[in-house]
Write a protein that binds this ligand. Structure first.
Ligand code: XIL
Length: 335
């Protein structure tokens, strides 16, 4: 049946996609879930939710494990999905050797680690990635727009961000790759200090001749406090004006459990507003949900007492049929 990805393409977008853990929720674990994931009508893109992160790909210093990432790409390609590779440099899901080094890091030693990680991953996965989220979540919510005081910032300073992009760019130029380089963050979907920081980062990188092609607006929203269509539209336009494309990279809309009837209705509107704000900006090239089934959503284990965030649910639990929520039709209508 005509689905989300079909509609996204008709709207002039590259795809509608989803984050997924493969292996983890592959065919063997839940054939009903996997059948929906495979659907080319709904999903033309797949983002690895975890398997390309630092702890998974460089568990010991300079010893790389690409098995999971390669398998993810094999599966995605088998079902005709493009992949937004995620992510290279972030403060979370780091291996112990980065967080608790035997000898304290210096600017010089940690810069080498950063460049080595970026270089090896961009080189290995190459053009199988539509794009890389080069730096993830560098800015804080409070004080909004300040750099997060993480291991990278504390040892290298703000220069760790351009350093990561420049290292990726070097591999791209050396190997003649097409992969696009993204900055990805949350709470940059509406105007504010954090959004301004991200806009300034784009113009700084461009000004210095460092490659940045896109900004990922994660869009992890809460029912009823989702930014308005106009706020989201305005923000996407602001990024596009800086000369980058944008993608809604991690859309979900969570509620306190159990959601009231009013909240269930509001969720449909929240999904609609967000997706529509991408449809109406030519430079917004795609929409990705952070998983599509409440059973496998990251929300309940991250935000206590919350859930109901995704487009489908399984009324009889894992490995039983999926049911579309009204939000699915809200998204379809927006596309
Ligand atoms: C989440 C995954 O979905 C979880 O399985 C994991 O335990 C934590 O990370 N922003 C991001 C994603 O950029 O990488 C995060 O993914 C969700 C928030």
């Amino acid at each position: 049946a005509f689905g989300l990805n079909d509609a996204a393409k008709q709207a002039g977008k590259l795809w509608f996609g989803t984050a997924v853990d493969i292996p983890g929720t592959g065919e063997a674990q839940d054939k009903f879930y996997f059948r929906e994931f495979k659907s080319p009508h709904d999903f033309g893109e797949a983002t690895p939710a975890n398997i390309m992160k630092f702890d998974a790909t460089e568990p010991e210093q300079n010893s790389f494990n690409f098995t999971g990432g390669d398998y993810f790409l094999d599966v995605a390609e088998q079902y005709g999905k493009q992949v937004r590779c995620h992510n290279l440099i972030w403060q979370s899901q780091l291996p112990n050797w980065v967080n608790n080094p035997a000898t304290p890091w210096t600017n010089k030693t940690l810069s080498k680690v950063l460049v080595n990680h970026v270089t090896n991953l961009v080189e290995h996965f190459g053009d199988r990635c539509y794009s890389w989220d080069v730096v993830n979540e560098a800015f804080a919510d409070s004080p909004a727009g300040d750099y997060q005081k993480n291991v990278w910032f504390n040892n290298i300073g703000p220069e760790y961000v351009p350093m990561a992009f420049a290292a990726a760019q070097k591999v791209i130029e050396k190997n003649g790759l097409k992969v696009k380089l993204y900055y990805n963050d949350y709470n940059i979907e509406s105007p504010g200090a954090k959004t301004t920081a991200a806009l300034n980062l784009v113009s700084e990188l461009k000004g210095r001749g460092i490659q940045i092609d896109g900004v990922g607006l994660e869009s992890h929203f809460i029912v009823g406090s989702t930014p308005s269509y106009h706020q989201q539209l305005q923000t996407k336009r602001a990024f596009v004006r800086e000369g980058v494309e944008v993608v809604i990279t991690e859309l979900d809309v969570r509620a306190t459990l159990p959601p009231s009837a009013a909240e269930q209705t509001q969720q449909v509107q929240d999904y609609y507003d967000s997706v529509k704000s991408c449809v109406d900006v030519a430079g917004c090239v795609g929409i990705v949900v952070w998983d599509f089934d409440d059973t496998y959503s990251w929300v309940p284990s991250t935000f206590a007492g919350q859930g109901y965030a995704d487009l489908f649910f399984q009324p009889h639990g894992a490995n039983h049929p999926l049911v579309k929520k009204a939000a699915y039709d809200g998204v379809l209508e927006a596309l």
